[in-house]
Design a protein around this ligand. Structure first.
Ligand SMILES: Cc1ncc(COP(=O)(O)O)c(C=O)c1O
Length: 410
């Protein structure tokens, strides 16, 4: 199917919203994407026609729901190249998926002074769970820095991997502020050669690039559905089956057991072992629908369109006097988003002015306080793109930024 931006936009009901006389220009996609009609319909259809609990009943609705839920898991597994759908654990979001690894794998495999390697550009979701383990069992966190272009320091990583007790490298696949990608293939090889496991926080990467967990030899991968056109409330943890099998359950409750007595319980097999309680079936089906929708457009086509938009954004923004664009000077080295600060312009004032014109940008630290501290700024403004954005929206946004700058700087 040829890439047809107007046909794509028509599938997003929210894009017709107006703010006074202004059309919506939604450029906060790294926070969450808008949802196409097919995803909204899939959720509605589930509740209208099939709703029942999974794995529990034998009546036709329960069977239908269980089949649909398993099918959604199969689609997600195929999307990221998992060996088996049992390696796909549905969670609420990427944060919960990372917490699952920290609590379950971490508490069994890590002891005092064991090393977990993180980078300064991690999202708080890939920092706090490890800080919690630091508090609880005394693990050591080794921080890897970045250069002025936002590239992960491979020198520091190699040095850190020489430490004797490195057990895990947990890294973002794509920075949600800089749009930079650490060289994952090389990092994974180095990590495994050092005898450690790798966790990739793919919350951003999954929206903009193809990921294959088998060919990349990824141990754990976490992402959220809501950043890839799927509903909120559904996320994914991928783990190699031998790792997931060796891990204790994270949460206890219905559905995750084989047997319960008054003294003890035995866990269910994968993947149910990690899915205590009633899951978000409609959202899992929504995620499957979103994946099928993205596949129909083509991940390469999506990435190409977004690269063009980011290049355009970078060219237009660099002309603004007093702007400092964080990270790569060459837009070829960034994917999905671009963050900046402008002399004398507070990001919150800027996004407030733009918001009144229907232009949605994000201001703040974007859940990356260590990264902002690295740049010695409290906050930045972020523009992030999705498949439905257009060059015209970018041009309008940059023109509005220039006007706001004049207004705020007097
Ligand atoms: C790189 C990265 N990791 C993790 C997360 C957390 O995602 P969620 O809030 O859906 O759990 C985000 C969200 O912005 C992110 O950008």
């Amino acid at each position: 199917m040829p890439f047809d931006i107007s046909a794509i936009r028509k599938q997003f009901p929210i894009l017709t919203r107006k703010f006074g006389k202004h059309a919506l220009a939604y450029l906060d996609n790294a926070a969450t994407t808008q949802k196409p009609e097919c995803v909204i319909d899939a959720i509605e259809n589930f509740y209208r026609s099939s709703n029942a609990n999974v794995n529990r009943g034998v009546h036709p609705l329960a069977e239908e729901t269980t089949v649909a839920y398993d099918d959604a898991r199969r689609s997600v597994g195929a999307f990221i190249g998992a060996k088996s759908p049992h390696e796909i654990i549905f969670t609420r979001n990427a944060s919960e998926a990372i917490n699952l690894v920290a609590r379950s794998w971490g508490e069994v495999n890590l002891k005092r002074n064991d090393v977990v390697i993180l980078s300064v550009m991690e999202h708080h979701s890939n920092i706090v769970p490890w800080l919690q383990l630091k508090e609880k069992i005394g693990i050591h966190i080794e921080w890897i820095g970045i250069d002025a272009e936002g590239n992960l320091s491979m020198l520091e990583l190699k040095k850190a991997l020489k430490r004797t007790s490195v057990k895990l490298v947990s890294l973002t696949g794509l920075s949600n502020v800089l749009g930079t990608r650490p060289p994952l293939e090389e990092i994974i090889k180095l990590t495994h050669a050092a005898g450690a496991k790798i966790l990739i926080d793919a919350a951003q990467l999954i929206a903009h690039a193809l990921v294959n967990v088998q060919s990349m030899d990824i141990d754990f991968l976490a992402f959220s559905g809501h950043k890839i056109y799927a509903p909120m409330g559904i996320g994914v943890l991928y783990g190699k089956s031998e790792l997931l099998r060796s891990m204790p359950p994270f949460l206890g409750g219905g559905d995750m057991i084989q047997n319960v007595t008054q003294e003890e319980f035995t866990s269910a097999e994968l993947p149910r072992k990690f899915e205590a309680g009633t899951p978000s079936v409609a959202d899992a089906i929504g995620l499957q629908t979103a994946i099928e929708w993205m596949n129909a457009i083509g991940m390469k086509e999506i990435a190409h369109h977004e690269e063009t938009l980011i290049k355009h954004t970078s060219q237009l923004l660099s002309r603004i006097k007093g702007i400092r664009i964080l990270g790569p000077s060459d837009p070829k080295n960034r994917l999905g988003c671009l963050s900046f600060v402008i002399d004398g312009v507070h990001p919150h004032d800027l996004t407030d002015i733009l918001g009144k014109q229907g232009i949605c940008l994000r201001a703040g630290h974007h859940c990356t306080q260590p990264l902002h501290r690295h740049f010695q700024i409290p906050a930045s403004t972020r523009l992030s793109v999705a498949v439905y954005n257009t060059k015209e929206e970018i041009e309008m946004c940059v023109a509005s930024i220039e006007k706001a700058q004049k207004l705020l700087n007097g």
